[in-house]
Design a protein around this ligand. Structure first.
Ligand SMILES: [Zn+2]
Length: 304
């Protein structure tokens, strides 16, 4: 549990601010937005920061927000980052503040991150006189696989953060987790979060009647074998000391009653922590281990 040892009252101030932080989080939770364009969330952030005297910049191609707080004295520039986007999921929590947007949910907690970062801005703005340097608050859309940070960097995030001040010397981000007790901080030396790759596999067969599968090429058993083999790949091709995960998150076969169709997409994710050398898992997944012998893949199937 965090103790207010040398924080000089900051923790008490944060606790006093909690009702406001909670209210902001819940209002964001009611209205989740997905992707890089989150106009409502962006406006909520701008409104929340409005009375703090910060220099606020909106993103141009994406709905990001950068807010700058200059301390009373010169010093380093530190960046604090929170992500903003929700997920395309149906919320079935029954909570009083559950999502009111069909098919969208703040299931990853980024509503909480926004509220926490806005709360940090409020706490630090009140201590401006005691800050040497600048704090840049980075509100990032499109974290869920859409490279929101890359868009912000391309738009000059770091240049903006350092305009008239020192270069950004440090950046901090965090992610909430329900695995740990509320009020605790969990730290790890080295990489903590995973870096993901998306994999798409398409199995093509030849359509036929379900009563006579021997006359067709059924892609379903093949796909099942691929899923099993991918699990084996983790234990037999990746170093046992390098954590890696492959999840096949979606598998779908099209069919019409007794018939089955031929294309079976598998969608998956390969997760591994940063910054392991590139040689470890990506090349393995993307065809590492050298080319297969001629004919090993068989002849391409004719299209149905
Ligand atoms: Zn997240």
């Amino acid at each position: 549990m965090i103790e207010d040892v040398k924080l000089d009252g900051l923790l008490d101030e944060a606790r006093a601010l909690q009702p406001r932080t909670l209210a902001l989080r819940r209002s964001l939770h009611r209205h989740p937005e997905v992707g890089l364009q989150l106009p409502r969330t962006q406006q909520a952030i701008i409104d929340e920061l409005a009375d703090l005297g910060l220099e606020v910049h909106k993103g141009e191609s994406v709905t990001s927000v950068i807010a700058l707080l200059d301390g009373a004295r010169p010093g380093p520039t530190v960046l604090l980052r929170g992500d903003m986007d929700a997920l395309p999921l149906l919320e079935d929590s029954g909570l009083e503040f559950a999502s009111q947007e069909q098919g969208r949910m703040h299931a990853c907690g980024h509503d909480t991150h926004v509220a926490m970062l806005a709360g940090a801005a409020r706490l630090l703005a009140a201590r401006r006189e005691r800050i040497a340097g600048r704090v840049a608050f980075m509100f990032q859309p499109g974290e869920e696989g859409l490279h929101g940070a890359r868009h912000m960097l391309d738009e000059g995030l770091l240049e903006r953060a350092a305009e008239g001040a020192a270069q950004v010397g440090a950046a901090f981000a965090l992610h909430i987790s329900t695995q740990y007790e509320s009020g605790t901080l969990n730290l790890l030396a080295g990489p903590t979060m995973a870096s993901g790759d998306r994999i798409d596999i398409e199995v093509r067969g030849r359509s036929g009647h379900a009563s006579a599968p021997y006359r067709s090429l059924d892609p379903v058993p093949v796909a099942c074998e691929i899923v099993q083999a991918l699990q084996l790949l983790v234990t037999r091709r990746v170093d046992v000391f390098d954590p890696a995960v492959i999840t096949i998150a979606r598998i779908a076969a099209a069919y019409y009653f007794a018939y089955f169709l031929v294309i079976l997409p598998l969608l998956g994710r390969l997760e591994r922590p940063l910054p392991l050398p590139e040689s470890i898992t990506r090349p393995v997944l993307h065809g590492g281990g050298g080319p297969l012998p001629a004919g090993a893949m068989g002849k391409p199937m004719e299209k149905a």
